[in-house]
Each structure stands twice: as structure tokens, then as C-alpha cells.
Design a protein around this ligand. Structure first.
Ligand code: SAH
Length: 336
């Protein structure tokens, strides 16, 4: 099977899939994400979107959507901070795009005081302005991998050999979708393609272009990916992606160029997460929170600020891409 088929089975198989069967987040889980590190992350994102809504003349009705909301922490922090702009909350239809039944139940608890709707695909978003966020969602979408051979490409595949899963290569074939990669690759290089990402950007970017709104896509990756970035993590440690199918988290770096080019609206400069959060005022928010704290709570806050922003932690590896409509300002924290 292709790497994409393998990822899809491992992550979302209804009985054995990783996300379908567990809550993977937090200290006791397999990995930790920015919203789980500190409330500051979601607060600043909520305020950035509320400001973008204000900049666009406060549309009377809009969708506030999150893809892959995990435990619902990011949305809860966004909504709490956005309560400072009560008209924003009043105008919002809150919609979560989530495939995992277990995580949906956890999100329901986390957001019990709000009226929330769930959908499984972005096609079901209403035709109205959409203010959208996705943190560590696109890295979980299945990717295909291709190894260059002359002007052709061999797809990396996974099969069973002598009782064990092994990587192999399919036949060399032309890949019209990878024509733009002939100039920046050489023989033997691996490039990745995430086939489900472009249709998602087309749906969300289309709504932003037609009706207004904004998008914040946060993930690790870069502008155009090169090389094999498939990785597995279990209990906070990297492992062989073939070692524990369905029991380890599988991700790949996000190719932000592919996302940006699939969106039929304007997009911002790709910006490191640390820069984005500093521009939104994370340091003054942290200082505000420290006023009430001492001892280990204070240490935790200082650590959280560092983890989210420092270039050697999540500040540089994680990037933010913004989406916005023609003729409007980019969402705060990002440049056109
Ligand atoms: N955004 C959260 C969780 C990241 S984990 C955080 O930052 O903590 C990835 C999330 O995406 C999970 O909620 C997972 O169930 C969801 N997900 C993965 N693939 C999906 C798909 N194809 N459709 C909808 N949700 C998906």
C-alpha cells in the first residue's frame, strides 16, 4: 500500500486507528501540543481572529471553525479571551471538524457551556464568512512519498516481507503533479504530497474569498518540503513508523506552499510561531499572568512561554500561515 493508505489506516481505522481509539495528548499521552502547554496560545489566537473580524466590519453571522481540535483546549481558550469582544461571540456559529468519536466526546465536555456543532468534512461548512484555525491538523493528514529516478518518480510503498512491514518502491512513472519539483530535486530525492490538503484549502479559502473571514494554520513544516519527513511518536519518543501501527502517532511535515497555492484567497508570509506570538503580545500576557503566581506555578509559566516562542523549542520549527480576503488586512500577527 502507499504511505498515504498506511497513514490513513493507522490513524483513522474505526477499530484500530490511533485517533479513533484514544486521546493521545498530554503528559500521560504520546505528545503535547501548543494549546496544552499554555492557555496563552489559544487566548492570543482568539483575539487575533476577533480583531480580524472587527477589521472586516464585524460580519453579522459567521462560522468560527477549528479543524482537528484535539481536547478542545484551543477553542475553549479562544472563546474565553474573545469574551472581551462579546459581539464576536454572539455572531459566531462554533463548528468543530473532527473525525475521532473519542475526541469529539472530550471536546463536548471542554466546551459544555457553548453551543457547538460538529462536522467531519469542510465541505459541510456553511456558505458564510469563516474564521478558521487549525493547529497540528495538517501534519496528521496522509501523505504520499515519491523518490526521483531520472524524470520519473517511484512511489514509496509499504508491504509485508517475511512477516514484517517493510518499505519498498513502486515502478518509475511520470507524475504530472510533481512537474514543478524537477528543478529543485536530484536523482534519489524523496518528495511528499498530501492529496487531501488542497481540497480542504479550496473549500476554506473559497469561503474566505467569497464571504470574508480569515484562517490561521499552525504546524511544523516549511515552504516546500524536501525529503522523507514521515515520523512516529509514542510516549513522547520518536520510533520507527512501521513498529507499532495504530499505536503510535504518525505525522509528516506540512508543505505550506502547497496549502497556500490551493487557497483561492490571499495568503500571508509564512511566519515562525515565536515571531507570531511575540507580535500578538505573548510576553505582556505572560507578565500579566505572573503577577498572581509564585513557586512552581511561576516556573511553569516561564517554561511555557519559552517552549512556545524560543527558536530552539517550538518558536522556529512551527510556522503560521494566514488566509484572508482580497482588499482586507491580514490577520494580526502576520504580514501580507
Ligand atoms: N489541534 C489539537 C490536536 C492536534 S492532534 C491540539 O493542538 O492539541 C490532531 C487532531 O486532528 C485530532 O483531533 C485528530 O482526531 C484530528 N484529525 C486527524 N485527522 C483528521 C481528519 N482526517 N479529519 C478530521 N479530524 C482529523
Amino acid at each position: 500500500m502507499t504511505v498515504a493508505e498506511f497513514m490513513a489506516e493507522c490513524l483513522m481505522h474505526p477499530k484500530f486507528g490511533y485517533y479513533a481509539t484514544r486521546d493521545p495528548l498530554g503528559a500521560k499521552g504520546d505528545f503535547i501540543t501548543a494549546p496544552e502547554i499554555s492557555q496563552m496560545f489559544g487566548e492570543l489566537i482568539g483575539l487575533s481572529l476577533a480583531q480580524a473580524w472587527t477589521d472586516q466590519g464585524r460580519p453579522a453571522r459567521f462560522t468560527l471553525a477549528e479543524a482537528g481540535p484535539g481536547r478542545g483546549t484551543l477553542m475553549a481558550d479562544m472563546l474565553r479571551a474573545a469574551a472581551h469582544v462579546p459581539e464576536f461571540l454572539k455572531a459566531a456559529d462554533i463548528v468543530l471538524i473532527e473525525a475521532s468519536p473519542i475526541l469529539r466526546a472530550i471536546q463536548k465536555d471542554a466546551l459544555a457551556t457553548y453551543s457547538v456543532g460538529w462536522i467531519t468534512t469542510v465541505q459541510d461548512l456553511a456558505e458564510q464568512p469563516v474564521f478558521f484555525v487549525a493547529n497540528e491538523f495538517f501534519d496528521a493528514l496522509p501523505i504520499r512519498q515519491f523518490q526521483r529516478e531520472g524524470e520519473h518518480w517511484r512511489e514509496r510503498q509499504i508491504g509485508l516481507s517475511e512477516g514484517a512491514l517493510q518499505f519498498g518502491l513502486g515502478p518509475a512513472q511520470p507524475q504530472p503533479a510533481l512537474k514543478h519539483r524537477i528543478d529543485d530535486t536530484k536523482d534519489g530525492d524523496v518528495v511528499e504530497d498530501c492529496p487531501s490538503a488542497a481540497p480542504i484549502l479550496d473549500e476554506i479559502g473559497g469561503r474566505i474569498a467569497r464571504h470574508g473571514g480569515a484562517g490561521l494554520i499552525i504546524d511544523y513544516g516549511d515552504w516546500r518540503s524536501l525529503g522523507d519527513t514521515l515520523q512516529a511518536v509514542r510516549s513522547h519518543k520518536p520510533e520507527d513508523p512501521l513498529a507499532n501501527p495504530g499505536r503510535s502517532d504518525l505525522t509528516a511535515h506540512v508543505d505550506f506552499e502547497a496549502l497556500a497555492q490551493a487557497a483561492p484567497c490571499r495568503y500571508t508570509k509564512l511566519t515562525p510561531q515565536g515571531v507570531f506570538l511575540e507580535r500578538l503580545g505573548i510576553t505582556s500576557r505572560a507578565q500579566g499572568l505572573t503577577n498572581n503566581l509564585t513557586g512552581t506555578l511561576l516556573d511553569h509559566l516561564v517554561q511555557a512561554h519559552r517552549r512556545l516562542t524560543h527558536p530552539e523549542e517550538m518558536g522556529q520549527v512551527f510556522k503560521v500561515l494566514g488566509l484572508y480576503p482580497q482588499g482586507h488586512l491580514p490577520p494580526p500577527g502576520l504580514d501580507a
